[in-house]
Design a protein. Structure first.
Length: 487
C-alpha cells in the first residue's frame, strides 16, 4: 500500500507545471517516470503567475486545491509571484494551507559534477520546519519608521518537526540528527526547538543527536560538511542553510525538496522559475526529477525510484552534463539530457550508491489546540509599545506621572531591546518606537481588563500606543525576556 493509502492500480497525483522553466522540467520528470514504469495518473492543474494575473490573490485556484485534497500528493514546478500581483507566495500558500510542516532538502555529491568539495562525501539532509517562524508573515509598521515581524514558534510545531527528523533519519538509513538553532539569543522561540528536540531525542536511542548554534552550523557546512547527516532547524534558518548546502554539490539544479505533512505531500525543486532560460532547452531538470524520486519513495515505489536515481548517476558520470555545469554554450540540451537518463534506466552506476530506504513513519500528535497546559499561571505586568518623538528621559518621566496612582508601576522604558529609562549610562541611539514595561508590585497574579483599560486611557491622553503584551509566568517561570540592562 502506498503512503497515501492507494493500493493497486495507477496512483493519482496532482501535477502543477509551474512558471518559467517549470513546464520544461516537469515534462522531463514525467517522461522519466513513465519510462521507469511508475504507475502515476496525473491530474494537471495551474497555480502561480497566470493565476495571480487573473486576479486571484492566493495564486492557487479552488480546483487545484480540490485536486490536491483528493490525491493528497502533488508534483510541481517553480511558481512565481509577478510584481504588482498577489500578496502571498503561492508556494507558501500551498505549504501552509495543507500543513506540510516538514520541508526535506537532500544534498548529496553528484557523480561527474566537479566542485571544490568533490570527493568529500557530502551527503546530508536539511529538515526545515515549514509553516511557523517568521514565515507566518505577520508584519506591521508600528511607527512610520519601525517595522515588526512576529516570530511564532510553538511547542507542538517543534515536536512535530523534531520527531519527523528522527523518523526520516531512520527511513533513510542515517545515523545522526543535529538540531541547529539560535537558542543562545532567542531563548523563547529558537530555544523552544532546542528544548523539545532534547526531550524527544532519548526516544530514538539508535540515532545520535546533538545541538549546534546555527551560525556555527553554517560555518561547519562550509568547513567540514561531511560531518552532518540530518540537520533539523527552524523555517528561516532552514531556508538559508539549504541553499548554502546546495552550492556544495553544484547548485540548485541538483537540489530537490519535499513538503510533507501528515495528510498531504508536495514535491518540488528548490530553484526558481528562471524566466531568462524559458524555451531555450538548456535548463537542468535534475532537481525536479529527483523531487519526483522523493515522491516515488513517499508512495513506496522504491524499485522505480532506485532505478531513476541510478540512471541519473550513470548519466552524470558518463559526462552528459547540462549548461549550468559546463556553460550554456556547451551543455547538453534539456531534452537530450532527459533522453540519456531514460536510455540509462536499468544500468547501475560505478560510483553512485543508492541509499537503503524504508517507509517513513509520520509523527502523530494530539489535535487539541492547547497542546501545552501549565498547572499554574500569573500575570505580573504589561508591556505597552508607544510611539513618541520625545527623549527617553522625557517620555519616562511623562509615563511615570500619568500612571502614578494606577495598579501598574512603570519599571523601565526600552528602545530596540535596550533599557534607556531610568538611564544606565549606556550610549543608545533611540527611535520613536518605545517599549514601556509596567509591573504589578502588589498581589501579582491577575490583571483585570479594567486595570488595562485605565492604564491605556492615561497613556493615550498624551501619547500614541500601538501594541500591548501581558507579562506572564507559567508554572513559576517567566514567560517573557528581559531587555539589555534590565534587572
Amino acid at each position: 500500500m502506498s503512503q497515501n493509502g492507494t493500493a493497486n492500480g495507477p496512483i493519482p497525483v496532482t501535477l502543477i507545471p509551474g512558471d518559467g522553466i517549470g513546464p520544461e522540467c516537469v515534462i522531463a520528470a514525467q517522461r522519466v517516470l513513465e519510462a521507469a514504469g511508475a504507475p502515476i495518473e496525473w491530474e494537471t492543474h495551474e497555480a502561480g503567475a497566470e493565476v495571480f494575473v487573473k486576479g486571484l490573490p492566493s495564486g492557487v485556484p479552488e480546483e487545484t486545491m480540490e485536486s490536491i485534497a483528493r490525491t493528497r500528493v502533488a508534483l510541481k514546478g517553480p511558481l512565481e509571484t509577478p510584481v504588482g500581483f498577489g500578496e502571498k507566495s503561492a508556494n507558501v500558500t500551498l505549504r501552509k494551507l495543507f500543513e506540510t510542516y516538514a520541508n526535506v532538502r537532500p544534498v548529496r555529491e553528484m557523480p561527474g559534477v566537479k566542485t571544490p568539495y568533490s570527493g568529500r562525501g557530502v551527503d546530508l539532509v536539511i529538515v526545515r520546519e515549514n509553516v511557523e517562524d517568521l514565515y507566518a508573515g505577520i508584519e506591521y509598521l508600528q511607527t512610520p519608521g519601525v517595522a515588526e515581524c512576529l516570530k511564532l514558534i510553538s511547542v507542538k510545531g517543534c515536536e512535530k518537526i523534531a520527531r519527523f527528523a528522527f523518523e526520516y533519519a531512520r527511513s533513510d538509513a542515517r545515523e545522526s540528527v543535529a538540531c541547529a538553532t539560535k537558542a543562545n539569543i532567542m531563548k523563547m522561540t529558537e530555544g523552544t526547538l532546542k528544548r523539545v528536540f532534547e526531550r524527544v531525542a532519548p526516544e530514538y536511542p539508535d540515532i545520535e543527536s546533538w545541538h549546534v548554534i546555527i551560525d556555527n552550523c553554517a560555518h561547519q557546512l562550509v568547513k567540514r560538511p561531511e560531518q552532518f547527516d540530518v540537520i533539523v532547524t527552524t523555517n528561516m534558518n532552514g531556508d538559508i542553510i539549504s541553499d548554502l548546502s546546495s552550492a556544495l554539490i553544484g547548485g540548485l539544479g541538483f537540489a530537490p525538496s519535499a513538503n510533507i505533512g501528515n495528510e498531504i505531500a508536495i514535491f518540488e525543486a528548490v530553484h526558481g522559475s528562471a524566466p531568462k532560460y524559458v524555451g531555450k532547452n538548456v535548463i537542468n531538470p535534475t532537481a525536479v526529477i529527483l523531487s519526483a524520486v522523493l515522491m516515488l519513495r513517499y508512495l513506496q515505489l522504491f524499485e522505480q525510484a532506485d532505478a531513476i536515481e541510478h540512471a541519473i548517476g550513470v548519466t552524470l558520470e558518463s559526462g552528459v552534463l547540462t549548461g549550468d555545469v559546463l556553460g550554456y554554450d556547451r551543455g547538453t540540451p534539456t531534452t537530450d539530457y532527459t533522453d540519456a537518463i531514460i536510455s540509462n534506466l536499468g544500468k547501475r552506476s560505478e560510483t553512485w550508491t543508492v541509499r537503503e530506504h524504508a517507509r517513513l513513519e509520520l509523527p502523530r500528535l494530539g489535535a487539541d489546540p492547547d497542546y501545552v497546559r501549565p498547572s499554574s499561571r500569573a500575570v505580573v505586568g504589561l508591556d505597552v509599545f508607544v510611539e513618541s518623538p520625545m527623549s527617553a528621559h522625557d517620555l519616562g518621566t511623562s509615563l511615570t506621572e500619568l500612571t502614578a496612582d494606577t495598579r501598574l508601576t512603570l519599571k523601565m522604558v526600552s528602545s530596540r531591546g535596550t533599557k534607556v529609562f531610568p538611564p544606565t549610562g549606556a550610549i543608545t541611539d533611540t527611535l520613536d518606537h518605545w517599549r514601556a514595561r509596567f509591573i504589578i508590585e502588589q498581589n501579582p497574579g491577575d490583571l483585570p481588563d479594567e486595570d488595562v483599560h485605565e492604564l491605556l486611557r492615561r497613556i493615550s491622553s498624551r501619547h500614541r500606543w500601538m501594541h500591548i503584551e501581558k507579562l506572564q509566568e507559567f508554572d513559576g517561570e517567566l514567560a517573557f525576556t528581559r531587555d539589555q540592562g534590565e534587572n
